[in-house]
Ligand binder design. Structure first.
Ligand code: 1GP
Length: 247
């Protein structure tokens, strides 16, 4: 079954799905296995790997290790074309539709498409919308695109409708990794009331309670990354899964 189908099944069978983002730069090769085992046991529904920028060495080897150890689908969440690797189950084929930078709207996708085909990866088209989140995030800076103002839900709605009409499989409302504020629940609610395209929400989510509120607002998937990189927070993983799944 395709990863896309698996994600749709998660959405159909649970209140919403939980995806954990693993930034290869945050883990040494010998640490990453333990973290993935924790994710396997947490009740999460999938693992995302990638980052706006990867500085450290050995990212490809880490991704391979992640896929070997993971019992969940591993989806590449690429910051650029160089992060493409055969050692994932699918790739979120992102277009930064909130921005007007042609490189991140279609330029990089044209570079990436033949590589995705050659590697035999499953592309999952995803309309990526950056939402203003208190301070400039890496995703905003690196993509050279302006985020949507957080109090302008109607702008997010119009982008989401455009994404639906253009045929994207997912909409990703992104505050940015390590964001000061997560995407406002009000904006999630507005977007989800206008489109049936499944909405993924991520960036700056620090508590299971916050995640649960985003699901109540209509999110189909919630992503956490940074908050779990602090080992003292590892107990939160199961709590996130419960808050997101429970009716
Ligand atoms: C970033 O949405 C993800 O693309 C996760 O963000 O690291 O802030 O949880 P955090």
């Amino acid at each position: 079954m395709s990863v896309y189908q698996q994600l749709l099944e998660v959405k159909a069978s649970k209140r919403a799905g939980y995806l954990v983002l693993v930034d290869p730069d945050r883990w040494e090769l010998d640490q990453v296995e333990g973290f993935i085992q924790q994710i396997n046991a947490s009740g999460a529904d999938g693992i995302m790997v990638g980052s706006s920028l990867i500085l450290g060495s050995g990212a490809q080897r880490k991704m391979k290790r992640i896929q070997e150890v993971s019992k969940l689908p591993v989806i590449l969440f690429p910051g650029n074309v160089n992060q493409l690797t055969p050692d994932v189950d699918a790739v979120f084929f992102l277009s930064v539709i909130s921005g007007r930078n042609p490189q991140f709207l279609i330029g990089d996708q044209v570079q990436a498409a033949p590589i995705v085909r050659e590697l035999g990866l499953e592309p999952i088209s995803t309309a990526y919308m950056l939402i203003e989140s208190g301070r400039v995030t890496a995703a905003e800076f690196v993509s050279g695109s302006k985020p949507i103002p957080r109090d302008k839900a109607e702008i997010a709605v119009a982008h989401a409708l455009a994404a639906e009409y253009l045929g994207f499989k997912f909409i990703y409302l992104e505050a940015g990794s390590g964001a000061q504020y997560s995407v406002p629940a009000k904006m999630v609610r507005a977007v989800c009331s206008y489109t049936d395209v499944p909405v993924i929400v991520g960036g700056g989510i620090h508590s299971p309670d916050e995640a649960g509120k985003l699901v109540e607002a209509g999110a189909s998937f919630v992503v956490t990354g940074n908050v779990l990189e602090d080992e003292s927070n590892s107990h939160l993983m199961k709590q996130f899964a419960e808050a997101i799944h429970s009716k």
